[in-house]
Design a protein around this ligand. Structure first.
Ligand code: PLP
Length: 388
């Protein structure tokens, strides 16, 4: 059976050209970029070229890119880095209730270290209201962190308005752009961000490498202490193959982004309308059009999302009930609950996220098997029997 992978928001396959670009840096070009002989300097040159490719993808200057181990580290670094370097100016942080756990748990940690955090609500589409930022912000606010697009429901936030309000109040603006970089246009100046997190494995690069964009002049504490790598911000010998991989992935996605976004939007809309039309008691989660081109998130009433997933898996189809981090637990997604989705409906949610390898035929296959699976599960469902 051919496998149909529809979980690109959890991770993407590494592009073959990315793998090919990385391989020499494990073997013939294994030098340490901090050494002065030519072996090391070849690696240094390649790392700096990758930095240029990453910077170009988001409209940044090379020296504003700091390589990290991925999205989680970038989120931790942005928030802790600003908090600990600016304690003399305040102790307040603003974020939203639908952030990735990498942001939410870092905020919780900072609360134990004397910082106060405001968690902004979202509307039924998962949108943050810029006016809520305006109401919550104070002269003691150090940083506002709102994600670019949500990993579960795909809603794209009005970052330009939020960053403007943030800067007027003199605070820094951070965004977790792990789901958007390489997928939709991201320009740090247009969005008005001071800090931006990205992760290679969400854009056809390898796992365990990412970057934090740090606007020139941002007051940020160092993340790891030791050598002078990454301008002393993140000590430790660079993950050279990973960095080369991220650079190559940035080049590839930059070239393909516009076409891919257009193609995926078509397939996405077909899957959304196909599900809503062929299965009753279903609803779309997230915003109808302010959403990622590759994201479909639907609630299917009277069934558990996990049961559907297991049945889809038997058909060779990989999807998700929410984020990978929350699967394994039957708890409803914090994102769906925040949008006002009732818990039973939230537990019946399904997320399909598409990418380079996704074809229209694959979506046709999902539409061919999903109604039957839902009908079978509903026939056995105690939820349905209790409906009265
Ligand atoms: C995947 C993801 C992360 C975590 O990135 P890692 O590189 O896996 O640590 C953070 N934020 C969002 C929105 C994500 O989708």
């Amino acid at each position: 059976m051919r496998r149909i992978y529809l979980d690109y928001a959890a991770t993407t396959p590494t592009h073959p050209d990315v793998v090919a670009a990385m391989l020499p840096y494990f073997t013939e070009n294994f030098g340490n970029p901090s050494t002065i002989y030519s072996y090391g300097q070849e690696a240094r040159g390649a790392v700096e070229e990758a930095r240029t490719s990453v910077a170009a993808l988001i409209g940044a200057a090379d020296e504003e890119i700091c390589f990290t181990s991925g999205g989680t580290e970038s989120d931790n670094y942005a928030l802790c880095g600003v908090a600990f370097a600016n304690e003399d100016r305040g102790n307040h942080i603003i974020t939203s209730v639908i952030e990735h756990h990498a942001v939410l748990e870092t905020c919780k940690f900072l609360e134990t270290r004397g910082f106060g955090v405001t968690y902004l609500p979202v509307d039924k589409y998962g949108l943050v209201d810029p006016d809520d930022v305006r109401k919550a912000i104070t002269p003691r606010t150090l940083i506002v962190s709102v994600m670019h697009a949500n990993n579960e429901v795909g809603t794209i936030q009005p970052l330009e308005e939020i960053s403007k309000i943030t800067h007027e109040a003199g605070a820094y603006f951070h965004t977790d752009a792990v789901q958007t970089v390489g997928h939709i246009p991201v320009d740090v100046d247009k969005l008005g961000v001071d800090l931006l997190s990205m992760s290679a494995h969400k854009l056809y690069g390898p796992k365990g490498i990412g970057a934090l964009y740090i606007r020139k002049g941002t007051r940020l504490a160092s993340f790891l202490h030791g050598g002078e790598q990454e301008k002393g911000r993140r000590a430790g010998t660079e993950n050279v193959p990973g960095i080369i991989g991220l650079g190559k992935a940035a080049e590839i996605t930059r070239a393909e982004l516009e076409c891919e976004a257009l193609r995926l939007t078509g397939i996405r809309n077909k899957l959304i309308s196909g599900i809503l039309e062929s299965i009753d008691n279903t609803s779309l989660n997230g915003h109808p059009d302010r959403r990622l081109p590759n994201n479909v998130n639907v609630s299917i009433n009277f069934v558990e999302g996990e049961s559907i997933l297991l049945n889809l898996d038997l058909e060779g189809i990989c999807a998700s009930t929410g984020s990978a981090c929350s699967s394994g637990s039957l708890e409803a997604s914090h994102v769906l609950l925040a949008t006002g989705c009732p818990p039973p409906l939230a537990r019946g949610s399904l997320r399909f996220t598409m990418g380079r390898g996704t074809t229209e035929q694959e979506v046709d296959r999902v539409l061919a098997v999903l109604p039957g699976i839902v009908a079978r599960l509903r026939a056995m469902s105690p939820l349905l029997k209790n409906r009265g």
